[in-house]
Design a protein around this ligand. Structure first.
Ligand code: ATR
Length: 274
């Protein structure tokens, strides 16, 4: 029941109409028995939105495209990793003090580590945008040997230099071997769902393949990988985990991951059948 004690949470971004965050956050808050509501805010004026968080005492906010970096100067404090990545996907309002966190890198690492021990692994990271950046910092943390592949070589070069990784042109994808392949590009997402960012002939048994794309859930890349006997990790794994980590930051309680994934799957199935 919504009453005078209800805490408000939400997501700021633009666009946010198709965000799945309200679906699983509200479900998780309810199951934890917390008196909270999570809404989507499509924001055009970021400074005013952040003032609103302060002014209304909004307890916790997710931040998505295009504000993950832009929001930083408006905050009072940054967690160390968020400062390194220079991206915030989570704001906690601690008695008026706004603290920025990044749970994307943790979500990606947890999703990977459920299926594979990352120690000493050779990883191909496809992409050099915001999501790839967060994942790259996680892989660095685990000491992986990472090769970055990206359409824009300049962005790949900059990220590789920053973290001490190497980068290669897309044309070399699949030539050398990898233990783990992570797609952090938008290739394979609706409406170009039949494309894969990775040549299927370079997939082999024993590899672990993770895709951050979740529309569709079974991307071409993941279907190719399954056919060739790879372990696969779909886009909901990271999404659910970064969200669970947000709830933990805001409430101190860890929600049930499987329930979050079920909410997400249901929402995607409903979307697909429309
Ligand atoms: P996000 O925050 O989701 O990572 P982003 O920062 O815009 O979004 O990054 C999108 C990533 O997908 C980039 O690595 C982009 O490559 P460029 O840096 O060359 O733009 C990659 N990408 C998007 N569309 C692509 C396509 N058609 N082919 C190859 N890479 C693509």
């Amino acid at each position: 029941m919504i009453d005078a004690g209800t805490q408000l949470y939400g997501i700021i971004g633009n666009p946010v109409r198709h965000s799945l965050s309200p679906v699983f956050h509200n479900g998780a808050l309810r199951r934890l028995g917390l008196n909270g509501v999570y809404l989507a805010f499509e924001v055009t004026h970021l400074a005013e939105a952040v003032q609103g968080i302060r002014g209304l005492g909004i307890r916790g906010v997710s931040v998505t495209i295009p504000y993950k970096t832009e929001v930083i100067p408006f905050l009072d404090q940054l967690e160390e990793v968020a400062a390194k990545i220079q991206a915030v996907n989570t704001i906690a309002n601690e008695k008026g003090k706004l603290i920025g966190y990044n749970t994307d890198w943790r979500g990606a690492l947890e999703a990977l580590e459920e299926k594979v021990d990352l120690t000493d692994k050779r990883v191909f990271l496809l992409g050099a945008g915001g999501a790839a950046r967060a994942i790259a910092f996680g892989l660095k943390e685990r000491g992986c040997r990472v090769t970055i592949f990206n359409r824009s070589g300049e962005k790949a070069d900059a990220l590789a230099k920053e973290l001490g990784f190497v980068h290669r042109p897309l044309s070399e994808l699949g030539k050398p071997d990898a233990d783990v392949v992570v797609n952090a590009t938008s290739v394979g997402m609706h409406p170009t769902g039949e494309q894969s960012p990775f040549p299927p002939e370079a997939l082999r048994q024993g590899m672990t393949v993770m895709d951050i794309v979740y529309r569709p859930l079974r991307t071409r890349l993941l279907r190719d990988a399954e056919e060739r006997g790879c372990r696969t990790i779909d886009g909901l794994a990271m999404l659910a985990r970064q969200g669970a980590a947000q709830i933990e930051i805001w409430t101190g309680k860890r929600p049930d991951l499987e329930e979050i994934k079920r909410d997400l799957r249901r929402a995607l199935e409903a979307e697909a059948s429309r």
